[in-house]
Each structure stands twice: as structure tokens, then as C-alpha cells.
Write a protein that binds this ligand. Sequence first.
Ligand code: SF4
Length: 373
Amino acid sequence: MRRSTTSAPAVTFSRREARELAARLLAWYDRHRRSLPWRSPPGLRADPYRVWLSEIMLQQTTVKAVEPYFHGFLARWPDVDALARADQDEVLHAWQGLGYYARARNLHRCAREVRDRHGSRFPDNAAALAKLPGIGPYTAAAIAAIAFDEPATVVDGNVERVMARLFGVATPLPGAKPRLRTLAAALTPAERPGDYAQAVMDLGAVICTPRRPRCVLCPWQPRCAARAQGLAEELPRRAAKPVRPLRRGVAFWLVRDGAEVLLQRRPEEGLLGGLMELPSTAWRADAWTLEEAKVHAPLSAQWRALPGVVRHGFTHFELELSVVAGHVRETAEEPQGVNEGQGPHWCRLDRLSDYALPTVMKKVIAHALAHEN
Ligand code: SF4
């Protein structure tokens, strides 16, 4: 180990030391690997379909949250062909609760592309995998390493944390990302790269945790810069997050004969693409008056503003939706394009759970049902 004279990283390792670190980690992994439903038994190659499915599901959520979805998908669609044959709505519906629905749509597209362009076999390298829908550099590297033993460098937030600590990188994230990737690549071994990738993931999940890392149990503890400097819990540092802007909109809760509500499908591309929603105004920075909002209503009715608002956090902004309610009879005028293709649809109030609704719209519906009477 050599101490650096610059602030990041605090230490560097020779090739021999890097090989030694990888070997230590693999020996630890052989004894302590987590048993996960998508993993193959020791010594066996993992099924690319299972690895891909789990990696897409695991983006932005936890192993515990993913497990029932993983089992559910596998029971229903045991291989990539079965998933490719599924209807997109069925897939979106089965995905409900995992959030980030663009991933579910891309999952389905990817299954079709693997079937149609790759003879139902996932490509065996990260470069080709990264060309498939919904597969970014991290997921491509993870599938290539775990399912095909390509020495690809797998870097997610867990791996960044481990590298920042091991090498003592004090530069805050996200600026430190390229450096951490280079350091992670320098440690990735040519031997057993799939096991190594999973070993670093396990180390980050079980030992080198964000809070209270269990350094005494860590195979890298004798070489760890953060441990030596007493900085384990402080690294990685993070730049202050910009405040998310607030957007406001008005959702229309339009009920027909007390039994049906008007829903529409969002455009395929973009946020919450392909999911059902209540018709609403645009989402903008300024608050809407009822008079302004009514211009965007699906039809004219006695619109009444319900008390309170619904708040929902998206990655890049906060949304605040007011809800206005209206009632019509079956004989009343119909909104334009109703019940045609992608147009608005009257949906039975007691069958709303049949629809692929994003969390924000479930909140709006719960709000409307709670405040309308
Ligand atoms: Fe993380 Fe501690 Fe291991 Fe360093 S010694 S890699 S800080 S668990």
C-alpha cells in the first residue's frame, strides 16, 4: 500500500496487492455469500434471465421488496419468451408497487428484443447488453459478469461507498464517480469476475453498510484507508443536493352515475408512460385557480374543489395536486374520444384495482374517495 500525496485517493495498490485484495474478498464470499433467489449455487453459472430480471427490479429498491415480485414474475413468465408474449398491461400491473414504471415498460420491450433479435438468448457481453432497452452500464456489467463471467466492472452506489472507504477518497459524490469507477476497475480480477462482482455487492450490503460499517468483520480491514483514518462512517462525502422544484396541477375526479370514474392513459413515452391517470391540467410552478383549471376539464360539470392537496415526490421534482370533483349522468355529454383506443375510459369504481395506476394516482383516488362525501 502506498500513501498518496493528493487528497483523493489516500492510498493506491500495486497489481499484486490488488490481486491479494480480490482473493481475500472471494475467500470471504465463499464462506458468507448471501443466499438470494436469483443466485445460482456455488460453482454454477447463473441464468441470464434471472440475473437480468433481478437487476432491473433491484434498481432503486431493496432485496426484501424485490423478492416477492421476482418469484411472482418467474411463476408467471418463467423465461424470456414467456415474458415477451405477455401483454404490456399485464406486466405493468404485475409491477405495481415497485415504482419507476419506465423500467417495467423497458423490461417488456427488452424481452421482445431478446426474442426477436437475439434468438431468445441474452447477448454474452456488456457492450451488446447495454444496447438493449432499459439496460444501462451498471446492469450490463452486472449481467455480463454474473451470468457470463466477463471481467466487467460493476459499480453502483454500494460499490462506490466501498471504494471510497477502501481507497480513502474524500472528494464528494457525484464528482468522485469517475475516480471511484477507475479504482473499482483496477481491483476487478480476471478470475471469477462474476463471484467478485457479487462479493463486492454483498460486502456493501452486509459489512460496509452506510451507517456503522462492521469493519472488524471485513476482509479488507487491514488495507482500508478509511478504517485506518477513522473516517469509515464519514465516507463517501456528498455534495449538497439541489432543492427539488415544486410543480402544481389539478386532477379531475369525474364520476358517472355514482359507479364509474373517468381515467385516461398517459402517453407511452415520458414520466409514468403507459399508466392510467385521472385527467389533469399540466403540472407547472404556479398554483391553478379553479376557473383556470376548468378550461382543461374533460367536460363541463359542476366542478367542486376538494379540501387539501396530494403530494408526491418524483426524482426531479415535488408534485402537489389539488383535486376537483364533478358528477354526471350517463345521458350527459361524453368527453372527446371516450372509450376509443387510447382515449379516456369510464372505469368502474369497484374495479379500479384492475388498472395499472402509479402511486401518485392511487393517492389522488384515495384522497377523492375520502373527501368527496
Ligand atoms: Fe468498509 Fe470498514 Fe471494510 Fe473499510 S474496513 S471497506 S470501511 S467495512
